[in-house]
Design a protein around this ligand. Structure first.
Ligand code: GLU
Length: 491
């Protein structure tokens, strides 16, 4: 029987949950779900100053919002917990004692100033700055002296000299590092807290992780981690470093490129399914041209073989195109729910509406369904239903109302609309027909002035949609107001 695939997502809860983190989580989740394996959620909170529970909660909420679940880890538990690194300090300590006893690690008493001086000296000689092992062979007397001075030691890993470290990376192929380029690095800080490169190895080993799939920026950490696996006699997992996410200008994705956190996209009213679909295509490509995938289809189609080595480009237009597909798929009720927070924020509703008012709001919101990529765009699309007082978009629009046939058209419109039993799309359509027939005017001479008088714009939704939603009274009020503004008097 093949070994069960066990992957993990191991975020550091130190700030907003980045879209790149969500992509790493997704690739792990897809692999686990595809293979019937397990996804473990581990919280790497050893940076005590920057880590917070709030950020952890935010990450978990974002994962859930995106539809990802985990089989073991924080909140759900499991055989290899605890799953928060600060709750595993005793475990790390045990291995540190072992490494110290075996002479594979040592206490280092160097001060920050001493380390900085060493760094500068190496740079001055055009050498790669690294720790040169000053404390490797301290005598018991030297140690006693440092202790007396009150120095708190770190623990450094003794990097073996002259070793080639080969990483068989699922994405990048074999990547070779030379151990001589790596100075003895700190595995436990002076406050007793392990560093990332150390804790991650112990956790991945003890949690029986089979595949470590993470961002490319960790590739340079991997040789250090390999050395620790070897020193502790742990079996190494398979590594897969997925490429960086770049902005459209090919520089590393950052705030300059727009929203970078999952939360920002949630607040802008993107569909979680749209984000997941888009993230899956950031570095992975199916065998086919297909771009729209349900989650089920993604699970079926996903494979690490098709994860690309070259950087993934974050193309917002593509995200919007994909998300528009999901917005259109929402049923009317779900679309309105998605619009609600945005409409409230825009001041177009309070959320307390009911009855006719609520029914009207729903109709208004639904007019935008085919025209938006994400929910935050909705208020702007429907804004015209909320402002009876508006300006003409430009001179050209205002000029439309000056044409000599306008008074005739408007007089007829008022008369005809007033006679309708119901101001609905059918009634409005019939009204236009009558006006055209009676006046013998071309369509444009009829529609355009009415459109401009109602909205100030020469473009927009169908009048058969606008007029019923505004209702007779507001329609007349708007037209009269516009004519007045344009200095046109009706006979
Ligand atoms: N805590 C690390 C991070 O958030 C995890 C890296 C890894 O997956 O090994 O970058």
């Amino acid at each position: 029987m093949e070994k069960e695939i066990r992957v993990r997502f191991a975020p550091s809860p130190t700030g907003p949950f980045h879209i790149g983190g969500a992509r790493s989580a997704l690739f792990n989740w897809l692999l686990a779900r595809k293979t019937g394996g397990k996804l473990i959620l581990r919280i790497e909170d050893t940076d005590l100053e920057r880590s917070s529970r709030e950020s952890e909660e935010n990450i978990k909420a974002a994962l859930k919002w995106l539809g990802m679940d985990w089989d073991e880890g924080v909140d759900v538990g499991g055989e290899y917990g605890p799953y928060r690194q600060t709750e595993r300090l005793d475990l790390y300590r045990k291995y540190t004692e072992q490494l110290l006893a075996e002479g594979k690690a040592y206490y280092c008493y160097c001060t920050d100033d001493e380390l900085e001086a060493e760094r500068q000296a190496l740079v001055a000689q055009s050498q790669m700055p690294r720790y040169m092992g000053k404390c490797r062979n301290l005598t018991p007397e030297q140690i006693a002296e440092f202790e007396k001075e009150g120095r708190k030691p770190t623990v450094r890993f003794k990097v073996p000299a002259g070793q080639q470290i080969v990483i068989h990376d699922m994405v990048r192929g074999d990547v070779v590092f030379d151990s001589d380029g790596i100075g003895d690095f700190v595995i436990v800080k002076s406050d007793g807290i392990p560093t990332y490169n150390y804790a991650v190895v112990i956790d991945d080993a003890l949690m029986h992780i089979t595949h470590v799939i993470r961002a490319e920026e960790h590739l340079s950490n991997t040789p250090r981690q390999c050395l620790i696996y070897d020193a502790l006699g742990f079996e190494k997992p398979v590594f897969g470093h997925i490429s960086l996410i770049l902005g459209k200008d090919r520089t590393k994705m950052s705030k300059r490129h727009g929203a970078t956190s999952v939360d920002q996209y949630r607040k802008l009213g993107y569909c979680p399914k749209g984000i997941v679909n888009f993230l899956a295509l950031l570095g992975w490509a199916p065998n086919s041209e297909q771009e729209i995938f349900t989650t089920e289809e993604l699970i079926q189609a996903f494979s690490m073989d098709h994860v690309a080595k070259n950087p993934a480009v974050f193309d917002l237009d593509k995200l919007n195109w994909i998300n528009q597909h999901y917005m259109r798929q929402l049923d009317d009720e779900a679309f309105f729910e998605a619009a609600k927070p945005q409409m409230i924020e825009a001041g177009f509703m309070t959320g307390e509406e009911e009855g006719d008012k609520l029914a009207w709001l729903k109709k208004v919101v639904l007019t935008s369904k085919e025209h938006v990529s994400y929910a935050a765009q909705i208020p702007e699309v429907v804004a015209m239903y909320f402002h009876d007082d508006f300006a003409f978009e430009n001179e050209e629009a205002a000029a439309v109302l000056k044409e000599e046939t306008v008074p005739t058209v408007m007089n007829m419109l008022f008369e005809q609309l007033g006679q309708l039993e119901a101001v609905d799309a059918t009634g409005v359509k019939a009204t236009f027909k009558t006006i055209q027939k009676t006046t013998k005017l071309g369509g444009k001479s009829v529609y355009m002035p009415i459109r401009v008088a109602l909205t100030g714009n020469q473009h927009g939704p169908e009048l058969t949609e606008i007029i019923p939603l505004l209702g007779l009274e507001r329609t007349l009020k708007r037209i009269k107001g516009s004519l007045e503004k344009a200095g046109v008097t009706l006979a």
